[in-house]
Write a protein that binds this ligand. Structure first.
Ligand code: NI
Length: 163
């Protein structure tokens, strides 16, 4: 396992669309392990492969609860319900936070790292994290979605968990 470099604001790869994974091979397994390690190193709750320079539809999420880290390959949001106003950040935009409206609940279909098709119903922070990371796969970044006037720079020592 290895820590990978996180691509930061201004890097054009962050605005590109990621491609479907067609075979879950050893390289994908190594990528997932490295993404989890990198996310943990920087106290993130989520990371998309594009953020470490790989344009593949792979995301990892960890809410630091009893579920542990999960990897979602080729995630697809099937349904959304309701709204929640959330505070959001991103490891590719260090120390920047803003408010936005996300769905309150989502149903996401994906392949797990063994290649099994899974369906997950998520709410609150998990729903937010899934939406944020799936946006990355479309080349969308959170700073372009924040409610007007809410984007802030927060000093590093005050920083919380970020996606
Ligand atoms: Ni992000």
């Amino acid at each position: 396992m290895a820590i990978r470099n996180i691509r930061l604001e201004g890097d054009e790869i962050l605005y590109k669309k990621s491609r479907e994974v067609d075979s879950i091979d050893d390289r994908i397994q190594i990528l997932i392990d490295d993404m989890i390690e990198t996310m943990h190193k920087f106290n993130g709750v989520g990371l998309a492969a594009v953020q470490v320079g790989i344009l593949k539809r792979v995301i990892v999420i960890d809410l630091y609860d009893e579920n542990g880290p999960i990897a979602l390959i080729n995630p697809r949001i099937l349904k959304t319900k309701g709204e929640q106003e959330v505070e959001e950040g991103c490891l590719s935009f260090p120390n920047r936070f803003g408010k936005m409206i996300r769905p309150a609940e989502v149903v996401v279909e994906y392949l797990d790292r063994e290649g099994k098709k899974k369906k997950l119903k998520a709410k609150e922070l998990l729903a937010q994290a899934i939406c944020h990371e799936v946006d990355h796969l479309e080349g969308e970044v959170f700073v372009n979605k924040v409610l007007p006037g809410t984007l802030e720079y927060v000093e590093p020592e005050e920083k919380g968990k970020t996606e």
